[in-house]
Design a protein around this ligand. Structure first.
Ligand SMILES: CC(C)(COP(=O)(O)OP(=O)(O)OC[C@H]1O[C@@H](n2cnc3c(N)ncnc32)[C@H](O)[C@@H]1OP(=O)(O)O)[C@@H](O)C(=O)NCCC(=O)NCCS
Length: 204
């Protein structure tokens, strides 16, 4: 059964999960809520230049956190956050993963060019970032199954990367490959090589 935006807004719990990483640090993964403005702003403001260099889906500051939290539309985008470690830092966001329901024109154009046209009604567009202090601790890997399951629950059958992944970001490329994303094409943006990757979600 496909969850509707109204059902998610009424109760986001079916898309939420608690995960454990590393030596047992626990995090809550759940859709972004209207009440997350301040903690999402703190998360964005703290991202380092190194993360900003490879991650730029939208402005990463507290002003934009307010825009996102004021304009939540689960029919357009499921933005997931990781909070923790639990229980001491249950109000701290340490991970943020965008799952747009549909495709961006710029991405769709490139897929069409390589003979892989995207059906926006079954495709989600993905862009993840983990707080610098928690990168490479397994948190991103722990979030992925929660997000792919959510994608399935809202009727998606495939996930593409938002704006691809930079060739000079081997950690992210490894991360995507580890979860089954495959390269379907490449492009140059701002003088940098990028790769388009797609993940087919399993049927029920
Ligand atoms: C990419 C990102 C979301 C992954 O989340 P994470 O929590 O750091 O990832 P994990 O710790 O779960 O896994 C990282 C994997 O990369 C591997 N890795 C680390 N550095 C690497 C490198 N230089 N080359 C290849 N693999 C690398 C780790 O060994 C691990 O793989 P493994 O589980 O097979 O051992 C996170 O690192 C991040 O936010 N990076 C900055 C923003 C970014 O790049 N976003 C994606 C833009 S397309």
């Amino acid at each position: 059964m496909t969850l509707t935006p109204q059902q998610i807004a009424a109760d986001p719990c079916p898309l939420a999960a608690e995960v454990a990483v590393g030596k047992g640090d626990r995090f809550q993964i759940r859709p972004l809520l209207a009440t997350d403005t301040e903690r999402l702003g703190l998360f964005f403001d703290a991202l380092t230049d190194a993360s900003r260099r490879v991650y730029g889906p939208h402005p990463l500051n507290s002003e934009h956190a307010k825009v996102l939290c004021d304009q939540i539309d689960y029919g357009m985008s499921l933005r997931f956050v990781a909070l923790g470690p639990l229980p001491t830092a249950a109000q701290q966001i340490v991970g943020y993963m965008i799952l747009d329901l549909g495709t961006r024109e710029s991405d769709a154009g490139r897929y069409a060019q390589v003979g892989r046209p995207l059906d926006g009604s079954i495709t989600a567009t993905f862009a993840p970032v983990i707080a610098d202090a928690w990168q490479e601790h397994g948190l991103g890997s722990a979030m992925i199954p929660v997000i792919t399951e959510a994608a399935r629950q809202v009727g998606r059958r495939q996930i593409v990367l938002m704006g691809g992944v930079r060739d000079d970001n081997p950690r992210a490329r490894h991360f995507y490959e580890k979860f089954g994303f495959v390269r379907v094409g490449g492009f140059v943006a701002g003088g940098v090589d990028n790769h388009d990757m797609i993940l087919q979600l399993p049927d029920d």
